[in-house]
Design a protein around this ligand. Structure first.
Ligand code: SF4
Ligand code: SF4
Ligand code: SF4
Length: 319
């Protein structure tokens, strides 16, 4: 499924290196909530988007120090993907997007449906609302990001995410400077919607490189309207508009998603496609978010300060 680096660069050259956001989406880059539409009837599973994501975001990937500190209690196992950075058939700290494939028969017809999977950038993201350290946050333009400078790798975000999207790498991050054996266990990683490119008015790398124009990006209202039009035209189905209270990733497929869900391989790093109720509507999550928000805000400020001091010290040593 994966394509070579050369093919990826050829793909970029073919599509143009500087694809810019359409004018409507430029407004989104200034703060309006941005969503993507994925037309699954078009995806051929070529993997160009997966390779483009790896190429574009390689500078953000973890560079762990080994050996890892021993953790107490010992049941807290380290997660290490640093020797498996080429894995591209599931989500890892070094692979934020992969292609899930479903072979199904629906209404007498056979289908191969390829599904690009990554963080859905929820409108009310439990990963951000319930992070005890304020390390995960949703931006005004709809991007949900984990701050790798202050994430301690405790994996609360993964636990509360209905798709268990974020993946941990040990031996990296602020926990090494704090209480390496007791606090967290690394840093959590996931798609950040190429936030730097969006800030520059460019589309995310996975969208730019796709030879089939599977993805469209724009203000959420427009994307939802397009998704409904497309679904009506193909007699298809929508996923992501209502899931978990609404996400900023809207899939449209000619085959129902519960049928796809039964056909895909699921497990660690391979999320499901079943319907998801709004997890932030659960009383315990709502209460936790209300109580935890001020504490998380303070923790984030404190950890940002510690991270800054530690970087300054490292800078002094390097000089
Ligand atoms: S989304 Fe586009 S680039 Fe990615 S696998 Fe599908 S066709 Fe290829
Ligand atoms: S899909 Fe999971 S990781 Fe992504 S924003 Fe939603 S809750 Fe967070
Ligand atoms: S938006 Fe960027 S970070 Fe997210 S999957 Fe696409 S290329 Fe990767």
């Amino acid at each position: 499924m994966s394509i070579s680096r050369r093919k990826f660069l050829q793909g970029l050259a073919a599509t143009g290196l500087t694809t810019v956001l359409p004018s409507t989406a430029k407004a989104a880059s200034r703060g309006e909530e941005l969503a993507t539409l994925l037309d699954l009837s078009k995806c051929i599973g070529c993997g160009a988007c997966v390779e483009a994501c790896k190429e574009t975001n390689a500078h953000k990937f973890p560079r762990p120090k080994k050996p890892f500190p021993k953790m107490y209690p010992s049941r807290v196992k380290p997660s290490d993907w640093s020797d498996k950075q080429d894995v591209d058939d599931r989500l890892t700290p070094y692979n934020w997007l992969y292609i899930q494939t479903a072979y199904v028969t629906w209404q007498g017809e056979e289908y191969e449906i390829n599904i690009p999977r990554r963080c859905l950038h929820c409108q009310n993201p439990p990963c951000a609302n319930l992070c005890p350290w304020g390390a995960a946050a949703k931006q005004a333009n709809g991007i949900v990001r984990i701050n790798d400078k202050i994430c301690l790798g405790g994996a609360k975000c993964k636990k509360v995410c209905p798709w268990h999207i974020p993946e941990r790498q040990s031996g990296v991050g602020l926990y090494l400077k704090l209480l390496p054996s007791f606090a967290g266990n690394g840093v959590m990683y996931k798609c950040d919607r190429c936030f730097g490119r969006i800030n520059q008015g460019l589309v995310p790398a996975c969208i730019e490189v796709c030879p089939q124009d599977v993805q469209t990006i724009g203000p959420r209202d427009e994307i939802v309207a397009k998704a409904h039009k497309l679904a009506k035209e193909m007699g298809g189905y929508i996923y992501g508009e209502k899931e978990n209270g609404g996400t900023n990733t809207i899939y449209v497929s000619p085959v129902p998603f519960d049928v796809l869900d039964k056909a895909i391989e699921k497990g660690p790093g391979r999320p499901h496609l079943s319907s998801v109720p709004n997890s932030m509507a659960k009383e315990e999550n709502l209460a936790m978010a209300v109580i935890g928000a001020p504490v998380a805000g303070l923790a984030a400020a404190l950890l940002t300060g510690i991270s800054k001091v530690s970087q300054d010290k490292q800078g002094d040593k390097d000089e």
